[in-house]
Write a protein that binds this ligand. Structure first.
Ligand code: SF4
Length: 290
C-alpha cells in the first residue's frame, strides 16, 4: 500500500475510486489495462490520503443532490478497507449530506456497512451492484481467487433484499470455454430470481482484452487451464472484444429468463435507474425511522 495526495475525487459523472489497484486477483481484470496508466504494481494499493476531505468539500459545493458511484475501477471492499475505513467514512458523508449512493463490489465485506446503506436508502436512494460470473464454486475460486465466492455473494444479495436495499447484478465477464455454458448462466440467473434483484446488466457473453490485461489473463490461462491460451490466440488474435462462440444462444437465454421473471435487463434502463437521484418523501422517511 502507498499513499498519494489527490487533486480531485468526483468524476464528471459523480463516480469515485478511493483506492487504485485491487487485491482480489480476478484473472480477467480490465483495470489492469495499460490505458488506465496505473504506474504502480496492481496489487500495491494506492490510497488517496485526502479522498474523504475532498469528498466532503465536493458534496458541500454541489448545488443539486445526485447519486455518488463507487467501484468502477477498484473494488471498494478490498481487505485494506477493513483497516482504513475510507469507504465507510465516504458513505457517512454521503448520508449526512443527503446524497444517494451506488457501489459495485464482489465482496461480502460490504455487509459491515449495511446499516449505513440502509440509512442512505431510507432518506434517498442506495443501490448495490454485485458482479456474478461463475455458478460453480470451485471454478469461481479459480478465476476470482481472493474474494468471496458466488454463493457468499448470493447471501449478501439476500441480506440486502431483506434490508430493502435494491440490487443490480453484473453478469460479466463470460469467458469462452470456461464459464460460457447454459448451466452457468441459468444457475446465476436463478440466484438473481431468488434474491429479487432489480436488474441484471449483461453487455454480451464475452470479455474484453487489451494491452495489460491480455498478458495477465493469458499467463493465468497457462497456469490454470493449460492449452486454452493457444485456443484463444487462434480464434481471437488481438481482438478487443472476445465473444463466446455460444453468445447468441446464451444472450437469448438471458433476455428470456429475465423477461419471464420481471428482472430489468435493458442496459439503458438500468443505467438510468442507477443515475437517477430520488429523495424519499418526508412522511415515508418518518415511517421508516419510526
Ligand atoms: S474485483 Fe474488480 S478490480 Fe478487483 S481484481 Fe476483480 S475485476 Fe479487478
Amino acid at each position: 500500500m502507498h499513499y498519494v495526495d489527490a487533486k480531485g475525487i468526483l468524476s464528471a459523472k459523480n463516480g469515485m475510486n478511493l483506492y487504485r489497484g485491487c487485491s482480489h486477483g480476478c484473472i480477467y481484470c480490465d483495470s489492469r489495462s495499460k490505458c488506465y496508466h496505473m504506474e504502480h504494481t496492481f496489487e500495491d494499493i494506492e490510497v488517496k490520503r485526502n479522498a474523504v476531505e475532498l469528498l466532503e468539500d465536493a458534496l458541500r459545493r454541489k448545488r443539486r443532490k445526485c447519486m455518488v458511484g463507487m467501484g468502477a475501477m477498484t473494488d471498494p471492499y478490498i481487505p485494506l478497507e477493513l483497516e482504513l475505513g475510507h469507504v465507510r467514512q465516504a458513505l457517512t458523508l454521503i448520508y449526512e449530506h443527503g446524497f444517494g449512493a451506488t457501489l459495485i463490489t464482489k465482496s461480502n465485506r460490504i455487509l459491515r456497512d449495511i446499516d449505513l446503506l440502509q440509512k442512505i436508502n431510507e432518506r434517498a436512494k442506495c443501490v448495490v451492484q454485485m458482479t456474478l460470473t461463475t455458478y460453480d464454486e470451485t471454478l469461481c475460486k479459480k478465476i476470482e481467487p481472493n474474494v468471496c465466492t458466488t454463493r457468499e455473494r448470493f447471501e449478501v444479495l439476500k441480506q440486502l433484499r431483506d434490508a430493502g436495499i435494491p440490487t443490480v447484478v453484473w453478469l460479466a465477464p463470460i469467458l469462452p470455454w470456461i464459464n460460457d455454458t447454459e448451466e452457468n448462466i441459468s444457475g446465476i440467473l436463478n440466484l438473481c430470481i431468488q434474491a429479487k434483484v432489480y436488474g441484471v446488466i449483461c453487455f454480451g457473453m464475452g470479455l474484453t482484452l487489451r494491452e495489460g490485461n491480455r498478458e495477465y489473463f493469458y499467463a493465468q490461462l497457462d497456469r490454470l487451464f493449460p492449452g486454452l491460451k493457444e485456443r484463444y490466440m487462434r480464434r481471437y488474435r488481438n481482438q478487443y472484444i472476445i465473444d463466446s462462440p455460444n453468445s447468441g444462444h446464451l444472450m437469448h437465454l438471458f433476455h428470456q429468463t429475465c423477461g419471464t421473471h420481471g428482472i430489468v435487463h435493458s442496459k439503458e434502463q438500468i443505467f438510468s435507474y442507477l443515475q437517477t437521484f430520488e429523495e424519499k418523501p418526508v412522511a415515508e422517511q418518518i415511517s421508516l425511522w419510526g
